[in-house]
Design a protein around this ligand. Sequence first.
Ligand code: BDR
Ligand code: CA
Length: 310
Amino acid sequence: DIPVIVDCDPGHDDALALLLAAGDPRLRLLGVTTVAGNQTLDKTTRNALRILALAGVTGVPVAAGCDRPLVGDLVVADDIHGSSGLDGPDLDGPTAEIEPVHAVELMRRLIAESGESVTLIATGPLTNVALLLRRHPEVVPGVRRIVFMGGSTERGNTTPYGEFNVVTDPEAADIVLRSGLEITMIGLNVTHQALATDEVIAEFRGMGTRVGAVCAELMTFFASTYRGVFGFDHPPAHDPIAVAAVADPSILRTVAVPVAVELTGKHTRGATVVDLHDRSGRTPNAEVAVGLDVDAFWRMLMAAVARGQP
Ligand code: BDR
Ligand code: CA
């Protein structure tokens, strides 16, 4: 199995990512770290604990990380995720405590102690991950690769050309993309292929489990805000795709290309500049997702959620 750490900001789609990471037999979830993004850090941390409790996951350490981006102020996505960050279902409170250390320290410890190559899956702004790389270069050789949901080869969702996770902390994304590590970027160009349709929501509900019902309610709320903000009929299931791509890389088609983060653009700060046609002559620094086996993704997610709980 593949040892992974999930760094997240739950978040409706982060919740699905956590359920997949906890439920897929090919993955071993070493720990969960949280970051400010979709909501403030106290809320994203509480939400991560609530989702793990819902899924009956015990013994997986959770630590809270950065409460703001490296530069500038936090701007949350309450228009999409509501005031709790997980509006919709009526979730119980957490059953576990958070670790009394910073997320970056928990990541350091888990990587150092694992003795294996650990995959980092990031589904929020890359603040914690960037800080880990800068603060603890000694554990970087223990990182197998970083797979993150963020950016786009096309347009954005937070600014015309910027995707939320990268726009929220462009400097962090820049540090990660220039780290020299193996990076897989899963952007809006593929996550918008996996839509939580009415059939998907019905399948969650049809599981007849509490976890399935919560997933249905999460996606129903997500659909309502995506309809209101973007006019979409169905919301994209962004974050679990990053987890799915680790469990089974064959569901994703990627190209090795240069990716830069726009840090100074007047209108485009936080945009990912993906050189798909080798116009810059720069060395590729990321595997960028360009295709997704949508059916295989949903099958994998449904199986993990169904496995989750009575
Ligand atoms: C990303 O932004 C967040 O709102 C979602 O959780 C996802 O990680 C999509 O742009
Ligand atoms: Ca997220």
